[in-house]
Write a protein that binds this ligand. Structure first.
Ligand code: URA
Length: 238
């Protein structure tokens, strides 16, 4: 997508510095626009065709970023936090400074988290009306049973106005500690943990495996991330 931006905004969007730092640097002649030194911060740049150099290094313009992160336990799903490390702190080579996580995973939950600056896509994925499937793997204290499958199918009371939407519970193993996969279409605060509490069980490990068509890449270890492939992005947008 092509757009026209002020030169100082172009460089600020790409994380080169603050707007006022950049204005100073442009005035000092550190920036070239299409080969010529440009000292006017207000100069217009066409993102798709103009070439911008900062200290002689090319600065390409990236509109939208889509990153698949394997969120590790211990970091918070926020853009900023005064105490804990955030999922954005893990993205060390940010190409945009307006990135945010799409939805939240608890601090002690790991797994798939999409990081982007595409608000429309985030809205579509999170909207309760869109019924996007989210699949979780969990270890649960106690024997998960067929009654639990039925209860989750019918909806359980987690203290909200209405019961949870029908959810698909698959028992992988049932013992003192059970292993399950749960598919839900909502994203209420602590939803999976609260659903198991409703059937008197405790989630002791939780990992998100997928969100809509997007599946956590098994090659990513906790803390690792990569850009979405164009195929993943296309599927997600459809
Ligand atoms: N449900 C939870 O309880 N926690 C999460 O992090 C995600 C879903």
């Amino acid at each position: 997508m092509s757009e026209q931006l002020r030169l100082d905004k172009y460089l600020a969007d790409m994380g080169i510095g603050t707007r006022s730092e950049i204005k100073t640097w442009i005035r000092k002649g550190r920036v070239r626009l299409n080969g010529e030194i440009c000292t006017k911060p207000e100069s217009k740049v066409t993102t798709s065709t103009d070439e911008v150099l900062f200290d002689e290094a090319k600065v390409g313009y990236v509109d939208y970023c889509y990153i698949m992160l394997h969120k590790p336990v211990g970091v918070v799903s926020a853009t900023q936090d005064n105490v804990s490390e955030t999922v954005l702190d893990l993205i060390t080579d940010k190409q945009r400074k307006d990135l945010f996580p799409v939805g939240r995973l608890d601090k002690d939950t790991e797994g798939l988290l999409l990081i982007t600056n595409d608000g429309d896509l985030a809205h579509r994925l999170l909207s309760p009306k869109k019924h996007v499937d989210k699949v979780y793997y969990a270890k649960v204290m106690g024997r998960v049973s067929r009654e639990d499958i039925r209860a989750f199918e019918e909806g359980v009371d987690i203290g909200e106005e209405s019961l949870t939407l029908p959810a698909k519970l698959k028992i992988l193993s049932s013992d003192e500690i059970s292993e399950i996969e749960l598919t839900i279409q909502e994203g209420k605060f602590h939803q999976v943990k609260r659903m198991f509490e409703a059937v008197e069980k405790e989630v002791i490990y939780l990992k998100r495996l997928s969100m809509g068509s997007l599946v956590l890449d098994p090659k990513l270890t906790p803390g690792e991330y990569r850009d979405l492939t164009s195929q993943e992005l296309q599927l997600l947008k459809n």
